[in-house]
Design a protein around this ligand. Structure first.
Ligand SMILES: [Zn+2]
Length: 226
């Protein structure tokens, strides 16, 4: 945690160039990684991998390509301080796209968990930091537990992904069916979505056991591979 603060201070006092257009960043809008023009463009490239017949609506704040792919890899594997940038992007995306709908109902938020082994090696859970950064919603800590680790899923066929993910997650037994859930929306957060399979598995478990009115999945970055 202390190292994270030093890393953040170094970031503040360093001059950054925009990760997209390479011009020096003078504003703080993108937390010093993107200039205001590229930040706006990143948020405008809004995609959704949901289809009308899909069992779950899956959205992402920006496309998982180019700068976003590099910055997400940095965040995932070594640079915890980037959670501030990704949280802001996610929060701005949700405010723009969802504010009106979400302001009318009780909204809870939860994240797709890392396997404890990975958490131990990495020292932080990247999706959890993103969810906690969205302070306007009530966060449900450790709603899900990852009991089996899985390889990257995007090279597998949909049926193979399903079987790889079966029994990979459980619902934390501390959570029970709460009458207020039936009137509420749950936003499930992950850092990246490519196949949507992880989101679908987690959402199924939450719906079956806790009975939310709706579950919506939102990732910071994603691609349409359905
Ligand atoms: Zn730029």
């Amino acid at each position: 945690m202390f190292g994270d603060k030093i890393e953040y201070l170094l970031d503040i006092f360093s001059t950054h160039n925009c990760k997209v257009c390479h011009r020096p960043v003078v504003e703080d809008i993108g937390q010093r990684y993107l200039c205001s023009v590229c930040y706006e463009a990143a948020l405008h490239s809004i995609y959704s991998s949901s289809k009308p017949d899909s069992e779950l609506e899956i959205y992402f704040a920006t496309d998982y390509m180019g700068w976003a792919r590099r910055m997400m890899r940095d965040y995932k594997y070594r640079k915890r301080s980037l959670s501030r940038f990704w949280s802001k992007l996610l929060s701005d995306y949700i405010s723009r796209e969802w504010s009106e709908i979400l302001s009318k109902q009780q909204v809870y938020i939860a994240s797709v968990p890392l396997h404890p082994h990975k958490l131990k090696t990495r020292g932080y859970d990247q999706a959890e930091l993103l969810a906690k950064g969205l302070r306007r919603f009530e966060y449900l800590p450790c709603l899900l537990e990852r009991v089996r680790d899985t390889a990257s899923l995007y090279t597998y066929k949909p049926a193979e992904r399903e079987s790889m993910l079966s029994d990979a997650f459980t619902l934390n037994p501390a959570y029970h069916h709460d009458p207020s859930f039936r009137r509420s929306v749950l936003i499930l957060i992950d850092d990246i979505t490519t196949t949507g399979a992880t989101f679908k598995t987690c959402a199924r478990l939450i719906r079956e056991r806790l009975g939310f009115k709706a579950v919506v999945a939102i990732a910071a970055a994603g691609r349409n591979l359905d």
